[in-house]
Write a protein that binds this ligand. Structure first.
Ligand SMILES: C[S@@+](CC[C@H](N)C(=O)[O-])C[C@H]1O[C@@H](n2cnc3c(N)ncnc32)[C@H](O)[C@@H]1O
Length: 206
């Protein structure tokens, strides 16, 4: 059972407005441009990635929190590609094995309850040669980040800012290529670095 965050979901787009026209928007566009075929987004939120796809066969939005899902569904008419919304958690994807070409996770593996299980599920649903595209903030080892963790969890929709997400992905057998690592100034710096990465399972066709 995923905990709902109705207040944070209601504020989400407004809180991110400044970043959407800057670094966050650029990261989303990279993810959308790199995605191919059948695309699954885990934790699709309010649909800020959904509206950027132009050239994929289908976009499947996994969103278990009804507060986010309502907003996502309102945005579906803005999508330029076919959309399917599923309400399962990333830890238990209601999709067949090897049915997806691209999985995307942007600012989500920090929030799921069991990231290791979610990554196992991603590996299960990806087709051979498929890609996991990540834009996630990760543990930076600094004391300030550790001190701020409880406040983020409470006020930022259950987000855990000290997660070693790339290590979690590697531990499930993925080879991870980091494309970019972004340090930020101001309040958001405590969450940094924000990494853009692509992950493949070994043995996949190049
Ligand atoms: C910070 S928001 C990011 C939303 C979106 N990916 C984006 O880039 O704007 C975190 C998202 O993770 C979702 N989430 C939390 N737990 C989850 C789980 N177990 N499985 C899938 N999504 C989950 C939340 O409902 C929310 O939509």
């Amino acid at each position: 059972m995923v905990r709902s965050h109705p207040i944070y979901a209601a504020l989400y787009d407004r809180l991110n407005n400044y970043a959407e026209v800057d670094w966050l928007g650029r990261a989303r566009q990279w993810v959308a441009d790199r995605s191919k075929g059948t695309v699954l987004e885990i934790g699709a939120g309010t649909g800020m990635n959904m509206v950027r796809f132009t050239d994929v066969d289908e976009y499947i939005a996994c969103e278990p929190d009804p507060a986010y899902r309502r907003r996502l569904l309102r945005r579906v008419p803005e999508s330029r590609v076919p959309v399917r919304v599923i309400d399962c958690p990333a830890e238990q994807l209601s999709l067949p094995d090897h049915s997806v070409d691209t999985v995307i996770s942007t600012l989500t593996l920090c929030s799921v309850e069991d990231p290791a299980r979610a990554v196992s599920e991603i590996a299960r649903v990806l087709r051979p040669g498929g890609e996991l595209l990540l834009f996630e903030h990760i543990r930076n080892g600094r004391l300030l980040q550790r001190l701020c963790t409880p406040a983020f969890r409470l006020f930022v929709g259950g987000c855990r800012i000290t997660r070693p997400t790339l290590d979690t992905v590697r531990a499930k057998g993925f080879q991870v290529e980091v494309i970019d690592s972004l340090e930020l100034s101001g309040a958001t710096s405590v969450m940094a670095p924000f990494v853009t990465a692509v992950a493949h399972l070994p043995g996949d066709p190049a």
